[in-house]
Each structure stands twice: as C-alpha cells, then as structure tokens.
Design a protein around this ligand. Structure first.
Ligand code: NAP
Ligand code: COA
Length: 289
C-alpha cells in the first residue's frame, strides 16, 4: 500500500543536551508510531544520544521519509518497518526484522494511537472498538512480542505513551480515555510480572503538545492566551519535552522507576476546563456535531 505523506516531519533546530550525548550508545529502540509527531521526536532524541532505532506503523512511505530525515540529522541508523499494531503477525515480522538487523531491542516505545473528538452518542460500536484495538490491544500485542522475543532473556525498558484524558473523564474522549486507562493498568501488571527479568514497564502521559496531530484533532486551535495562562507552567508542551522525559525513563537514572506513570503536562490537567458545553460549541463551529 503506498500513500502520499501529508506533511514532512522536521528535526529539532537547536537541541540542547541535558544528559550525556553518549547516554544510549550501543542501544536499540523499537518505536511504534515513530514516523510522525511525538514519537518521531522521541526517536530523534534517542538517536541524538547514539541509539539506533526501528520505527513502525502502517504508512511505509511516510516511515521511509521520516527515517531518512532522522538519520540525516543524527548520523544514526533508523529502519522503517510497515506494521499494524492490531495484527500480531505483522508485529512478529517487524520484531524479527529488527532483531536480524541489530541483534537486540533494549527499549520499546508504544506510541501508536488513534483518536478524534466525539460525544458518546456519536460513537459507533466499531469506532470505540477501533481506538481500543489500536491503543490498548496494540500496546499489549507489541509488548508481548518484544518481551518474548528479546527482553525476557536480556532485560529492557518498555515505555507506553498514554495521556491525561482518563484521569478525570475528559469530555468527548471516552474511547481514548478508556484505552489509555487500560494501558496504565496493563503497565502495572507487566511491571510486576516482568520485573524479575530485568524489564521495567512505564507510562509517560503527555498533556497538550504543540505541533502534533493529536493537538490538531482535539481542538488545539481553540487554545488562546487565557488557556495558556491557566497552565501552571504557562505554556504548552513541546515534542522535545516528551523526548527528554522518555529519555530519562529509559536511562539508568530511573532504575527504581517502574509500574507507574510520569505525567508530563506542566500541570495542565489540574487546571484546565472539562466542560461538555464548551467542547460542544467548538465542535459545532467546526461542523463536527
Ligand atoms: P500522531 O503523529 O498521529 O501519531 C500516531 C501514530 O500512530 C502515527 O505515526 C500512526 O502512523 C500510528 N498508528 C496509528 N494507527 C496505527 C496502527 N494500527 N498500527 C501502527 N501504527 C499506527 O499523533 P501524536 O499527537 O504525535 O500522538 C502520539 C502519541 O502521543 C499517541 O499515543 C497519543 O495518544 C499521545 N498523546 C498525544 C498528545 C498530543 O498533544 N499530541 C497528548 C497526549 C497523548 P500510521 O498512520 O502510519 O499508522
Ligand atoms: N467521530 C466518530 N467516529 C469516527 C470518527 C470521528 N471523528 N472517525 C472515525 N470514526 C469511526 C468510523 O466511522 C468507523 O466506524 P463505523 O465503521 O461504525 O463507521 C470507525 O471509527 C473506524 O474508522 P476507520 O476509518 O475505518 O478506522 P481506521 O482503522 O482506518 O483508522 C482512526 C483509525 C479512525 C483512529 C484514524 O483516525 C487513524 O488512523 N488515526 C491515526 C492518527 C491519529 O489518530 N493521531 C492522533 C493520535 S492522538
């Protein structure tokens, strides 16, 4: 299947190292959703710390283009692999390809996800199922395959990218919130069962992150100055913020950190509105309701 990429991913213009530049030397990361958005930048931050990567999702043209961009900017290897997280046979093939190329997978980042705004009344049974399958089932399938094929005998770190929607029942987000809650609970189960094999399992939960598909789909254009002033850190998150947070989680600085979630949202979920009425107005304006 060949699709035309919608827009080109760009690397960070002036990356400022917080950790040692060789922090991940000799390591390999397998990143679902790594061809775009937040996970593209997680791949970039890892590669800037001397990690090689495998980026996987459904659109191979987009993955190839992103892999070239990432390798050009960082000088590291990035292998693009077509895979649907809902189809275990494609995951098994992708994991085999990664292992034959690199012989190891130290880090798994489960970032693939699907989302859109919808009231519960507007969700078909299949719409709810689709998001649950991409986010929750997908995270389970990919984790199980990578654990069994490599991490069981060699250890590693799994980082699941969740969100803050599930913390308080975000309006128009029952599908994604339910899926992210399932992932956060799955994370605890996996951390408990796989800890003795040297595997840590974590979640990183971003808040609104600028310049991402998630923001474009979930009402990002309605964010104004008064919204920003309401966020405790007074700004939106950046992809680089999330890249650096995930870098910390996989690093040895976090050796005791497992089975839990790091919320990286500048305090947004504590202070932002959760009004059904306001979101309804926004959707009507966009003719989505
Ligand atoms: P994005 O660029 O659209 O990333 C989603 C990725 O998932 C895409 O690369 C997509 O690639 C892949 N994907 C979707 N369905 C798939 C499938 N069935 N199999 C394999 N890959 C699949 O969006 P983003 O905003 O950066 O979000 C990245 C992550 O951050 C997600 O987990 C999201 O829930 C989380 N998050 C984002 C925000 C935000 O503000 N953006 C806030 C909180 C949490 P293909 O289309 O090629 O398959
Ligand atoms: N509101 C309500 N229902 C919606 C919807 C929306 N905006 N968009 C899709 N759906 C429904 C579809 O109508 C379909 O249900 P139906 O068969 O009962 O009609 C169901 O969801 C599945 O849609 P489909 O387009 O067949 O699924 P897909 O597997 O091709 O794509 C999506 C999955 C819908 C999540 C798609 O948006 C996607 O690929 N997203 C990836 C990128 C992304 O979401 N990034 C943001 C991450 S935060």
């Amino acid at each position: 299947m060949s699709q035309k990429p919608s827009y080109v991913e760009e690397c960070i213009k002036d990356y400022k190292y917080i950790f040692r530049p060789d922090l991940l030397k000799g390591k390999v990361a397998f990143i679902t959703g790594g061809g775009t958005g937040i996970c593209f930048t997680i791949a970039e931050v890892f590669m800037r710390h001397q990690c090689d990567t495998v980026i996987c999702s459904r659109k191979i043209d987009k993955l190839k283009e992103s892999a070239e961009t990432l390798s050009r900017a960082t000088g590291r290897k990035c292998i693009p692999v077509q895979m649907d997280v809902r189809k275990p046979e494609t995951i098994i093939k992708a994991a085999d390809m990664a292992l034959s190329e690199f012989g190891r997978i130290d880090y798994l980042i489960n970032g693939a996800a699907g989302n859109f705004l919808s009231p519960i009344s507007g969700l078909s049974f299949n719409a709810f199922k689709t998001v649950m399958e991409i986010d929750a089932h997908g995270t389970f399938y990919v984790s199980k395959v990578i654990y069994e094929k490599y991490m069981k005998n060699h250890g590693g770190v799994i980082v699941n990218i969740t969100a803050t929607l599930q913390l308080r029942g975000q309006v128009l987000q029952v599908h994604a919130g339910s899926a992210k809650a399932a992932i956060e609970t799955m994370t605890k189960h996996m951390a408990v069962e796989w800890g003795m094999d040297g595997v840590r399992v974590m979640c990183v939960a971003p808040g609104p992150i600028e310049n991402t598909e998630g923001m474009r789909r979930l009402g990002g254009e309605s964010i104004d100055d008064s919204y920003l002033k309401g966020i405790p850190v007074q700004r939106l998150g950046t992809r680089e913020d999330i890249g650096n947070t995930v870098l910390y989680v996989v690093s040895d600085a976090a050796q005791l950190v497992t089975g839990t979630t790091i919320i990286a949202d500048g305090g947004d979920w504590l202070s932002s509105s959760n009004s059904y009425h306001q979101m309804q107005q926004l959707m009507k304006k966009k003719s989505m309701m």
